[in-house]
Design a protein around this ligand. Structure first.
Ligand SMILES: Nc1ncnc2c1ncn2[C@@H]1O[C@H](COP(=O)(O)OP(=O)(O)OP(=O)(O)O)[C@@H](O)[C@H]1O
Ligand SMILES: Nc1ncnc2c1ncn2[C@@H]1O[C@H](COP(=O)(O)OP(=O)(O)OP(=O)(O)O)[C@@H](O)[C@H]1O
Ligand SMILES: [Mg+2]
Ligand SMILES: [Mg+2]
Lengths: 259, 259
């Protein structure tokens, strides 16, 4: 079955959605079939994939609450190797609903396990998480084989990382013993900025091999792309952003050869 | 009593904490007494104010759950006009606790109303919110006179704004009829970047007077300051960032003269 990777960090605006969209597109460019799952009530990944808000009647909330099967809510895109389960703003009310349920942390895992057939048509599933360590994010961690953490090259970014790694350990102990760390990717990196260089040094000193060799540079072409409902690979294929996300995809593929 | 303003936007990384810290410092510089309340489990505002993690045993969680009075958990700072109620990571579990309570949206308002004495020593209270429309943020909206929304000059930013304005209207209808919009402030603005100019044009066309005249430029001095536990006004008083936050403070003061 597919490798399931949760892209998460409770710090906001660090490049989670940008990484889901562009890593997804870079894997798809190599002929790999990828399913994106949008678990963020903001629905930014759904927007970046061109899903109009009017087309979001069946969403990940239905999947979590067992109201719809995966196959019926997958939306295809212009790219034959890339599909998405969209999110809607109702997800922000999911927390109140999820908390009441007995198996509240396992809803996504159970929903994904139910549809063996559908899963088999994908080699990777990437899950976009909201900026919080709530039950929606816990569901993503319990359902995933690995977690990939975008780390913005800024001061506040390192502060939240230890809290996230503690949560990953707790999920491993409580519900998903095989959850591994796919890696930490530095985003919005600006080599002329001391702060960026400092964050990279701290991250590599403290986390060593966990930090991807690939660093995603700050690149205006990346932030322009979603307004055209394109990945940066389509929007500007030779941009620094497109080149970096292709390099990240190569590292992710190399790490998953053995599965 | 003090004017209470919630600084909020469920989109992550748009400059909420940065605005709380630097608007707070700019008001304090004019001799105005300001209390900051950190409602974000990441505790970035607490860090920016120099509150060590070891000093966060009494926090906003205790205030919400009625376990501590405001006066006992306020921490002073080097700046005589600026104090803070710190946050701790336990806040991320508050949601589960808050949801069970009958008056779950009013806990902060009640806690702030209890201590008339303490409140009177401040002229502004600024509340830093987490990147989500959860009960913690709802508590801030119910407790506040006004909401100030940092809007990052990027594509995804406008998408979340309409959802936030809907929530403000709902809070007004359900619990806080006087809640007004203090304003929307463009952050990380780069005049050489078409996307920034486009977002500004869209915001001013759609929201008119609600958008502050002051625009906060992208300025590396702003992102360096928290690593020294300083506001940008202290870190580099003549920087573009410091000048912009002083201008924002002047607008906020002008708008609150009548109260
Ligand atoms: N490498 C980059 N260079 C330039 N801009 C970037 C880069 N990565 C992301 N951005 C922009 O920064 C903003 C934040 O990125 P994004 O929305 O992907 O973060 P996020 O972690 O998903 O945010 P949230 O916490 O709200 O879900 C977006 O406007 C995005 O276009
Ligand atoms: N005008 C600016 N110029 C340059 N950097 C900025 C500016 N405003 C904020 N930043 C930096 O951008 C990052 C995001 O800002 P900040 O953490 O204040 O946003 P936030 O909305 O509070 O995030 P969260 O949603 O995680 O609470 C921080 O690293 C901050 O230092
Ligand atoms: Mg996102
Ligand atoms: Mg913040």
């Amino acid at each position: 079955g597919p490798r399931i990777i949760a892209i998460t960090n409770q710090k906001g605006g660090v490049g989670k959605t940008t990484t889901v969209i562009n890593l997804g597109a870079a894997l798809a460019e190599r002929g790999i079939k990828v399913l994106l799952i949008d678990l963020d009530p903001q629905g930014n990944a759904s927007t970046a994939m061109g899903v109009e808000t009017s087309q979001r009647s069946s969403t990940t909330l239905d999947l979590l609450l067992g109201k719809a099967e995966l196959l019926s809510i997958i939306q295809t895109s212009k790219n034959p190797n890339l599909a998405i389960v969209p999110a809607s703003k109702d997800l922000s009310f999911a927390e109140v609903e999820l908390i009441k349920r007995r198996n509240r942390s396992e809803l996504l895992r159970q929903a994904l396990q139910k549809c063996q057939e559908t899963r088999r048509s994908y080699q990777f599933i990437l899950i976009d998480c909201p900026p919080s360590l709530n039950f929606i994010t816990i569901n993503a961690l319990v359902a995933s084989h690995a977690v990939l953490v975008p780390l913005q090259s800024e001061f506040y970014a390192l502060e939240g990382l230890s809290q996230l790694l503690v949560t990953v350990r707790e999920v491993r102990a409580a519900g998903n013993p095989n959850l591994r760390i796919e890696g930490i990717v530095l985003t919005m990196f600006d080599r002329r900025n001391n702060l960026s260089l400092q964050v990279e040094e701290d991250a590599r000193d403290n986390l060593g091999e966990l930090v991807f060799k690939t660093v995603i540079p700050r690149n205006v072409r990346i932030s322009e792309a979603p307004s055209f409902a394109k990945s940066v690979l389509e929007h500007d294929p030779t941009s620094k952003g497109a080149i970096a996300y292709r390099a990240l995809a190569a590292e992710v593929i190399a790490q998953n050869q053995k599965y």
